[in-house]
Design a protein around this ligand. Structure first.
Ligand SMILES: N[C@@H](CCC(=O)N[C@@H](CS)C(=O)NCC(=O)O)C(=O)O
Length: 300
């Protein structure tokens, strides 16, 4: 099993592996058409990239159209594992679905993954596209009052904003945490906090969401990193200029989202901490899982 750390460049910077399966489920696809009951979303409560997909699915009311399989937060030497064999796919390791799709696959087995329940094959592990397709291709199965998370009129601004958030924040915390040179770590740290400062400024006019009064995909993407920030990234990934609770606008913004139906109930701080502190034994060799922080603040 390839470790997440392996993808490092010569200067000690963490490089994320490209997504292997990039097919799309679309309305007009002959191979992977939109079809309720056919696909299964495999996630871990620990993973921010998979967490996005589950939040978006819930906000759009796609729970009956796309089922969910939840992995154990701690991976063993064979990777992501179900505590009990998945009742729909009949597999214990997510790697089995990857191998059913590509028997020669040697890369990392990652979540989220959308799996075709008929063939057992992975359709996609392309996390940025998965959520956008839930918004744009599954419209016929959205609940009647579902939010438009990817509105056409906002797309240019939204795409630019999400690119910056991905680079400096979503992936920025990983670039800080997985850096193996001081310079690579400091560059990631500086870019992360510069971006958080800019977002803090953006939210300082009392807007509820990043784009104003409309909840969008960008908010979901930022939320899954912010909700892990103090529990994991601040300590484990050394992103410790500030805690989220010390950035007043971002903290209020994140807390409001947490308390909005569709967000807080998908967060499991214990599983998040167990996954990161236990799995990344190169940065936490003792595998001791911190007791704090006190998560009750999220409900205030
Ligand atoms: N598919 C992307 C992003 C998804 C991702 O990194 N997921 C993590 C969990 S947060 C994962 O599944 N890691 C498994 C591994 O590194 O072996 C990638 O390959 O970098």
């Amino acid at each position: 099993m390839t470790a997440q750390f392996i993808a490092e460049s010569a200067d000690g910077a963490f490089v994320r592996q490209p997504n292997r399966f990039t097919d799309r489920i679309t309305r007009d696809s002959t191979r992977w058409p939109v079809e309720p009951g056919r696909y299964r979303l495999i996630w871990s409560r620990a993973c921010p990239w998979a967490h996005r997909a589950v939040i978006v699915r819930g906000l759009l009311g796609l729970q009956n159209a796309i089922s969910v399989g939840t992995l154990d937060p701690v991976r063993d030497e064979r990777g992501w594992r179900f505590a009990e064999p998945d009742p729909v796919l009949g597999i214990t390791y997510l790697a089995e679905a990857y191998r059913a799709t590509d028997p020669g696959y040697t890369g990392r087995v990652t979540v989220p993954a959308l799996v075709d329940t008929r063939s057992g094959r992975v359709v996609t592990n392309d996390f940025p596209q998965i959520t956008l397709d839930l918004s744009t291709e599954w419209v016929d199965f959205h609940r009647p009052d579902a939010p438009d998370l990817y509105p056409v009129d906002l797309r240019p601004d939204l795409d630019a904003l999400m690119r910056d958030i991905y680079t400096d924040v979503n992936n920025g915390v990983y670039r800080a945490g997985f850096a193996t040179s001081q310079a690579a770590y400091e560059a990631a740290y500086d870019a992360l906090f510069a971006r958080l400062d800019a977002l803090e400024e953006r939210l300082s006019d009392d807007r509820r969401y990043l784009m104003g009064d409309r909840l969008t995909e960008a908010d979901v993407r930022l939320f899954t990193t912010l909700v892990r920030f103090d529990a994991v990234y601040h300590g484990h990934f050394k992103c410790n200029r500030n805690k989220l609770t010390e950035l007043p606008y971002l903290w209020r913004y994140a807390r409001r989202m947490f308390q909005t139906p569709g967000f807080g109930e998908t967060v499991d701080f214990d599983q998040i901490k167990r996954h990161y502190y236990y799995t990344h034994d190169r940065i936490n060799p003792t595998r001791i899982i911190p007791k704090g922080p006190d998560a009750r603040a999220w409900w205030h």
